[in-house]
Design a protein around this ligand. Structure first.
Ligand code: AP5
Length: 216
């Protein structure tokens, strides 16, 4: 299957993608994770992305489109796109690349959450810098406080999860990314709306039930 997962910051895209790829054996292509890896490696792309990410702004489309099309080419058996596309220009760039390759997206999972719960989700998030596992200090606690369950070591708080940056990311989402859903609606894609303002396991069950039907 080839899927896109859309939703505001903190909707649970990363959390749910990890469960989707485990069940359906697909690649997890997260634009945010790829950018953070580039930053860690201090690559040219990572250096260019740094100031945008730290302020909650979007990294320029031309950098993102090339990066994500490159990742898609390495996952011919199926993937779920997490955090991409985030602008209509990115959606158009993706469509052009898919058309050229004679491929199409099977479904677009749209995680719907109002703004109110987002701040608590983001400020309480803790991530493993080694394996990428995501926890929450209240909603999804690690077995040992502050430590990754997989034995990787200490969990960290993302710099862009500070309240002032979260506010900017939400603003960016409403101004630039929410329109991507309309773009896909207009282009007759298979959009799967999911109420993501419920318990994490309930959200997973709703997604799996829709994807099982899609997968035949
Ligand atoms: P990115 O890393 O993609 O951030 P994001 O989209 O803002 O999404 P998050 O990773 O913050 O949230 P999520 O939806 O994955 O939620 P999670 O599962 O972790 O992007 C970071 C930056 O990179 C951007 O700001 C931008 O600068 C740049 N960038 C990335 N892609 C780009 C692009 N395409 N174009 C341009 N720039 C780009 O969950 C959050 C927390 O909530 C966790 O603690 C989790 O345990 C908890 N939680 C999850 N689900 C629930 C639930 N149902 N109930 C309660 N708690 C929950």
């Amino acid at each position: 299957m080839k899927l896109i997962l859309l939703g505001p910051p903190g909707a649970g895209k990363g959390t749910q993608c990890k469960r989707i790829v485990d069940k359906y054996s697909m690649a997890h292509l997260s634009s945010g994770d790829i950018l953070r890896a580039e930053r860690k490696a201090n690559s040219e792309l990572g250096q260019k992305a740094q100031s945008y990410m730290d302020s909650g702004a979007l990294v320029p489309d031309e950098l993102i489109i090339d990066m994500m099309i490159g990742a898609i080419k390495k996952a011919p058996a199926g993937y779920v796109l997490d955090g991409f596309p985030r602008t209509i220009a990115q959606g158009e760039g993706l469509d052009a690349a898919l058309e050229k390759a004679g491929e199409k997206i099977d479904g677009i999972v749209n995680l719907q959450v109002p703004d109110e719960p987002i701040m608590a989700r983001m400020t309480g998030r803790r991530s493993c810098p080694v394996c990428g596992a995501v926890y929450h200090i209240e909603n999804l606690k690690p077995k040992v406080d502050g430590q990754c369950d997989k034995g990787c070591g200490e969990l960290v708080q993302r710099k862009d999860d500070m309240p002032e940056v979260v506010s900017c990311r939400l603003k960016t989402y409403h101004e630039q990314t929410a329109a991507v859903i309309g773009y896909y609606q207009r282009n007759d894609n298979n959009i799967i709306d999911i109420d993501a303002n419920q318990d994490i396991d309930r959200v997973t069950a709703d997604i799996f039930s829709k994807l099982d039907a899609l997968n035949g």
